[in-house]
Design a protein around this ligand. Structure first.
Ligand code: NAD
Length: 436
C-alpha cells in the first residue's frame, strides 16, 4: 500500500529523504494485520487514510514584538467507534507524515481496549523549550482557536503527548470554553483530557501511560514465566511516560540500570533511583549530569545489559543500526513507533519479545476516557478506582491479544493486536454499512 500524500512531508522524513516514514510503517503494519484476518479491500482502503487532515498556520506575537507563524496539525483518522481522540505533540519534527501515523495508531488502541473513541492526533512543529512561558501560552491558545469547531467534547478530544502537558490542556480547555456560548461553558471541560486535577483532570492520568506499560509488562511476565522483581530495565526517555514507568517498575522491585534522554545517557548496574532522577529532571530538564550514576555516550545506551528495554521517547529509535547491540529479553514499546519494521524482524529472530505500542501505551487513552466520563457526570473517582479499572481494561485487551495470537498461530504480538483491532472495526462496519 502506498501513500499518495507523503510528498507533503519535509525532506528528511519521507522515504526519499533517507529516513523511515512513520506513516509507511503504520501502513505496512496495518497490511500485515489485515492479511491475517482477510480484511476486505474496501475496508483496508478506508482505514489506510485518515478521514480529515486539518492544517492550520497561525501567527503569534513573540515577546520581542515580532510575529511568528506556526504550523499546526489535527489529523482525524476514524470516528467509527466514537469521537476522534488523541494527543497533541509539540516538537520541531512534527509533520504530516508523523501525525497521520500517530492518528491511525489511536484508532487501533481504542478498538483494542474497547473504549468508545476513534483515533486522531495533532501537533505543532516547534520546540516548546525555546519559548518563554507566556509565549507558549499564546501559541497553545491561538492553535486551539485556529482549530475552532474541528475539536469538541463529543467530536474530537485532544490530550497531552510529547512536549505538551497538563498545563497545555488547561489552556486549550479554557480557550475552547471561552469561545463557546455562556450556557454551554460548563459542559465543555471534556473537550480535552489530561488536565490538572483542579481543573477537571482524573486522578492517575499523569502516570496512566507508564502505569499501563507496567500492567502490560506484568501480563507478559505472567504469560512467559518471567519475574519482574530483581530484573533490570533500561529506559530511553524520562518524561511523562518514561519517568512514570521507571518509578513504578522500581516499586515492583525492578532495577533501572540505564536511562537516556535528549541531553545524554547514564548508567549504574546497582540501580538508578527513579524518584531521585525524577527530581533531578524536574530541576535540570535532562538526565544529563545526574550525580549518582555514570555518564555514558548515548550510542552506548543500547548495548547496556538489561532484561527489559523501554523506549519511551521518539519513533524510529531501534533500527538496523543499533538492533544488534540490544541484549534484552523484551522490548516494551512505551513510545509510539520506536521500532522500525526491519529492526522488529531482527529482534524476533533473536527471540527478543516485542510488546507493541498500540497495546502497551494505551493506558493514557484509557484513563483519558475515564476523565471524559468523570467530566460528563461531574464526578471525581479515587485513584485506586482508576488504577483498578485501568488494569482490568488493559489485562482484558492483553488476554484477547494472547488468545488471538494462539488462534491465528502468529509469532508477532503486534500482528495479533492489529488483527484484533481490525476485526472489531470490521464488525461495526459490517453492521452499520458504508454511507450512503
Ligand atoms: P515527554 O515530552 O514528557 O518526554 C519525552 C522524553 O523523550 C524526554 O525525556 C526527552 O528528553 C526524551 N527525548 C526527546 N528527544 C530525544 C532524543 N532525540 N533521544 C533520546 N531521548 C529523547 O513525552 P511523553 O509524553 O513521555 O511521550 C514519550 C512517548 O510516549 C512519545 O512517543 C509519545 O507519543 C508516547 N505516548 C505518550 C502518551 C502520554 O500520555 N503522554 C501516551 C501514549 C504514548
Amino acid at each position: 500500500m502506498t501513500d499518495p500524500f507523503i510528498p507533503n512531508s519535509p525532506a528528511g522524513r519521507s522515504p526519499g529523504g533517507g529516513h523511515t516514514s512513520l506513516f509507511a510503517t503504520a501502513l505496512a503494519q496495518l497490511e500485515r494485520g489485515a492479511d491475517l484476518i482477510d480484511l476486505p479491500n474496501d475496508l483496508r482502503s478506508i482505514l489506510s487514510q485518515p478521514k480529515n487532515e486539518i492544517i492550520v498556520n497561525f501567527p503569534v506575537k513573540m515577546n520581542d514584538g515580532s510575529y511568528r507563524v506556526f504550523r499546526g496539525y489535527r489529523i482525524q483518522h476514524s470516528n467509527l467507534l466514537g469521537p476522534y481522540k488523541g494527543g497533541v505533540r509539540f516538537h520541531p519534527m512534527v509533520d504530516l507524515d508523523e501525525v497521520k501515523a500517530l492518528a491511525s495508531w489511536m484508532t487501533w488502541k481504542s478498538a483494542l481496549c474497547e473504549i468508545p473513541f476513534g483515533g486522531a492526533k495533532g501537533g505543532i512543529s516547534f520546540d516548546p523549550s525555546g519559548l518563554e512561558a507566556d509565549e507558549l501560552e499564546r501559541v497553545v491558545r491561538r492553535f486551539t482557536h485556529a482549530l475552532g469547531s474541528n475539536i469538541g467534547p463529543d467530536h474530537d478530544i485532544p490530550a497531552p503527548d510529547l512536549g505538551s502537558n497538563a498545563q497545555s490542556m488547561v489552556w486549550m480547555m479554557d480557550t475552547y470554553a471561552n469561545s463557546t456560548g455562556a450556557a454551554e461553558r460548563q459542559n465543555v471541560k471534556r473537550v480535552v483530557t489530561g488536565k490538572t486535577l483542579e481543573t477537571g483532570g482524573s486522578p492517575g492520568r499523569d502516570k496512566a501511560t507508564g502505569q499501563g506499560v507496567v500492567f502490560c509488562l506484568q501480563h507478559w511476565a505472567d504469560e512467559v514465566g518471567f519475574d519482574l522483581s530483581g530484573a533490570s530495565a533500561s529506559i530511553q526517555g524520562f518524561g511523562n511516560v518514561g519517568g512514570a514507568t521507571g518509578r513504578i517498575l522500581q516499586v515492583h522491585g525492578t532495577k533501572v540500570v540505564a536511562v537516556a534522554d535528549h541531553g545524554g545517557a547514564i548508567t549504574d548496574e546497582d540501580g538508578i533511583d527513579a524518584f531521585d532522577l525524577t527530581d533531578w529532571v524536574h530541576q535540570n530538564g535532562t538526565v544529563a549530569g545526574f550525580p549518582d550514576a555514570m555518564w555514558i555516550d548515548p550510542d552506548d545506551f543500547w548495548s547496556i545489559q538489561s532484561d527489559i528495554l523501554v523506549p519511551a521517547a521518539l519513533e524510529n529509535q531501534i533500527t538496523v543500526d543499533n538492533v544488534a547491540q540490544i541484549q534484552a529479553r523484551v522490548v516494551v514499546e512505551a513510545a509510539n513507533g520506536p521500532t522500525t519494521l526491519e529492526a522488529e524482524t531482527a529482534l524476533t529472530q533473536r527471540g527478543i519479545d516485542v510488546l507493541p505500542d498500540i497495546l502497551v501505551n494505551a493506558g493514557g487513552v484509557v484513563v483519558s476516557y475515564f476523565e471524559w466520563l468523570q467530566n460528563r457526570s461531574a464526578e471525581q473517582w479515587d485513584l485506586d478506582d482508576v488504577d483498578h479499572r485501568l488494569r482490568e481494561t488493559l489485562w482484558r485487551a492483553c488476554d484477547a491479544v494472547v488468545n488471538l495470537r494462539e488462534e491465528l498461530e502468529v509469532e508477532s504480538r503486534r500482528d495479533a493486536a492489529y488483527a484484533l483491532a481490525l476485526r472489531r472495526l470490521q464488525v461495526v462496519y459490517e453492521q452499520r454499512g458504508i454511507f450512503p
